[in-house]
Design a protein around this ligand. Structure first.
Ligand code: ARG
Length: 463
């Protein structure tokens, strides 16, 4: 009869070994070994609790600690011999522990199942990744602020429908992304609260018959508390889905910015240049400099969105409690973490390497009658109802368009054909600077408002 020695943890019940192909199909060690150090952290806390509750002896605890510490070193130095036959990270470590310290190693799994163990590992892993990602988001925010700082007076066209709408400052535009990052940070902070709960103690699904102290383990592992229901603790991965959704939103924000960088770098816009180290050339067209990084960010957003859909789909058909389906949560999660952290690291650097071309921005802002709304607002302030003002300005724009000039280039008597309310103070209103300065309220593009927004943002980052 097969025994534990045959690498079959559950062999006693089986008449034949698992088929080779099935072993490969069910094994997760190739990817879940990434959780190894968190697995050890969780095991150490579990063992300490078992000893405190007199479920294992003090000597067992010492042996387990010694063994796990050696295993940790082996893993870090790359000497650990991962075996596919041992299925996953948990069984690999447990087997090695037993080899190193004997029976104490076999006692570690008392009152625990891989079901609550893996849920704990993922939560520890995600908690640490969330903290890292929030740091990277703040770095990106800093580089946005550093760039914005110099451009509160740099005027570009603001777009709606990708048509010139109203002038805004480049700083104002960048600060929109600062806000998005700020909400992203908030979302990760919210998700972290739900990640930071301890599943251990749920055991396979129903809890355990040993006199365990879950709250003690939670404390040792710096969790805010325990998962309240054992079935829920081992089965739901909503926290991982939430993490991935938050990641997908970061990527979505960066994808939008990427699309803009790509457009702005096109010579038809010519608003910016991206440093060479973020671009590549063409193997055939010698003149090309391609914005590969923003393009890839846009592309990789699809990948993270895909991971989100994968996780949602993974969950939707599962009855309580744990099902092996959940093993499939890891690759999308790891891929999301890798994609997002790399993207954020590159992005912060790329924003620092952007060359801004204010003349081109200004030329573009002057081209599309961007101050037409200002003319309408001027008429309203002189008593004309807004709808009538709107119509008068539409006719003036049409006239200017036919002449091939800007509104500010029309003579006063020409402008007066469209409304007798127009006087020569109109020219201040029609300038780009006048248009910006007029939007002088919280959230508006007036330079003093954007400077104040940048100052508030700096404070926020420092806090
Ligand atoms: N490798 C498994 C996972 O990732 C660990 C839990 C397995 N539990 C089980 N009863 N087969 O979900």
């Amino acid at each position: 009869m097969a025994t534990m020695q045959d690498n079959q943890t559950w062999s006693g019940r089986f008449n034949e070994p698992v088929a080779e192909l099935v072993k490969r199909y069910t094994a997760s060690v190739d990817f879940d070994k990434r959780l190894a150090l968190f697995d050890i952290q969780g095991s150490l806390a579990h063992a300490q609790m078992l000893a405190t509750c007199n479920i294992i002896s003090a000597q067992d605890l010492k042996d387990i600690q010694r063994g796990l510490s050696q295993i940790e070193n082996e893993i870090i130095s790359g000497d650990f011999d991962w075996q596919l036959d041992l299925e996953d990270v948990h069984l690999n470590i447990e087997k090695r522990l037993t080899t190193l310290v004997g029976d104490a190693g076999k006692r570690l799994h008392t009152g625990r199942s891989r079901n609550d163990q893996v849920a704990t590992d993922i939560r520890l892993y995600l908690r640490s990744e969330i903290d890292n990602i929030v740091g990277l988001l703040k770095e990106l925010q800093t580089s946005l602020l550093d760039l914005a700082q110099h451009h509160t007076h740099t005027i570009m066209p603001g777009f709606t429908h990708l048509q010139v709408a109203q002038p805004v400052s480049f700083a104002h535009h960048l600060m929109a992304y600062f806000e998005m990052c700020q909400r992203d940070i908030g979302r990760f902070g919210d998700a972290r609260k739900r990640v930071n709960r301890l599943p251990l103690g749920a055991a396979a699904l129903a809890g355990t018959s040993y006199p365990i102290k879950r709250e003690y383990v939670a404390e040792l592992l710096d969790f805010d508390g325990v998962c309240e229901n054992s079935l829920d603790a081992v089965s739901d991965r909503d926290f991982a889905i939430e993490f991935t959704a938050s990641s997908a939103l970061v990527m979505t924000h960066l994808s939008r910015l990427s699309e803009e960088l790509i457009l702005w770098m096109n010579p038809r816009f010519g608003f910016i240049d991206i440093a060479d180290r973020f671009c590549t050339g063409s193997s055939i067209m010698p003149q090309k400099k391609n914005p590969d990084v923003p393009e890839l960010v846009r592309g990789k957003t699809g990948r993270v969105n895909g991971n989100l859909v994968a996780l949602l789909t993974l969950m939707k058909g599962q009855p309580l409690a744990y099902n092996k389906d959940n093993q499939e949560d890891k690759e999308p999660l790891f891929d999301t973490v890798d994609t997002l952290t790399l993207t954020l690291r590159i992005y912060a650097d790329m924003m620092r390497g952007i060359t801004v071309k204010p003349e081109a921005m200004r030329r573009a802002a002057l081209q599309g009658y961007a101050t037409a709304t200002d003319l309408a607002d001027y008429l309203v302030k002189k008593g004309l109802p807004f709808r009538d003002a709107h119509e008068a300005v539409a006719l003036a724009v049409r006239h200017a368009e036919q002449k091939g000039c800007d509104l500010a280039e029309l003579k006063l008597d020409e402008l007066q054909q469209f409304s007798a309310l127009i006087a020569d103070d109109i020219y201040g209103v029609l300038t780009l600077e006048g248009s910006l300065a007029a939007r002088n309220h919280t959230g508006g593009t007036a330079p003093n408002q954007v400077e104040a927004a940048i100052a508030r943002a700096r404070k926020l980052l420092a806090s």
